[in-house]
Design a protein around this ligand. Structure first.
Ligand SMILES: CC(C)(COP(=O)(O)OP(=O)(O)OC[C@H]1O[C@@H](n2cnc3c(N)ncnc32)[C@H](O)[C@@H]1OP(=O)(O)O)[C@@H](O)C(=O)NCCC(=O)NCCS
Length: 193
């Protein structure tokens, strides 16, 4: 049995990354509602049409998974906690923490996207992941058509390991190709953050 206690909060002067918790449903609801057009092309499965109550239920489910160590979902909050700037997390994809591989997922709200925030959040997630979490390997996967996502991974210093063809079914019946990026613990350079 693992004795690892997952860290729940990481503060920077620009934003706070913390486990999403009961009470965060309204901020999630507002961000998804106002960012739907921006997020839908590549994250079509997000809960854009869910009610406020359903989003509150969702963040509670996320937090129960956090405590159970089956997935670690974080909000990216303004330092005063009043705004949700984006969403990130270490995803296990069915593996355990002891497996040592975490996959970072992310979205940045429409009002904050395109200003370098995604790159800065990813760099901080890599720093946090290799200093406070037991990851040996951190992954980032994106549709090859998602140029902003691939650019963020490259700018954060992750290596493109390969491209999986027709990797994922899309709602229109086509299949997307997926870039697999990763960084290993021994590749991480704190002075490059
Ligand atoms: C992908 C995402 C997380 C990137 O975050 P961001 O804050 O918008 O990205 P940044 O501002 O840090 O931009 C990073 C780079 O991408 C480039 N970029 C942004 N949009 C682009 C586009 N449409 N085409 C090509 N490059 C683009 C930027 O020019 C920037 O590179 P530069 O600094 O060299 O100019 C964000 O746009 C987002 O939430 N998108 C929708 C959801 C999503 O796709 N999530 C990722 C799933 S894998």
């Amino acid at each position: 049995m693992s004795h690892f206690f997952a860290p729940e909060r990481y503060d920077t002067p620009e934003f706070t990354i913390r486990a999403c918790q009961p009470g965060d449903g309204k901020l999630l609801h507002d961000a998804l509602t106002t960012s739907a057009d921006h997020l839908r092309p590549f994250l079509y499965w997000l809960t854009f049409d869910a009610t406020l109550e359903e989003h509150e239920q969702l963040v509670r489910t996320y937090y129960s998974k956090y405590l159970a160590k089956t997935d670690f979902i974080h909000g990216v909050f303004a330092p005063d906690g009043t705004r949700l700037l984006g969403w990130t997390g270490f995803l296990l994809r069915g593996r355990t923490v002891e497996h040592g591989t975490g996959e970072i997922g992310m979205w940045i709200s429409a009002t904050e996207a395109g200003k370098g925030l995604g790159t800065r959040v990813l760099k901080q997630m890599l720093h946090w992941g290799f200093t406070a979490w037991p990851w040996q390997r951190i992954e980032w996967k994106c549709d090859t058509l998602n140029l902003a996502s691939a650019a963020v991974a490259r700018k954060a210093g992750m290596r493109l390991e390969g491209t999986f063809r027709q990797d994922h079914p899309m709602p229109d019946g086509t299949r997307c190709d997926t870039h697999y990026f990763a960084m290993l613990r021994e590749e991480y350079r704190p002075d490059e953050e």
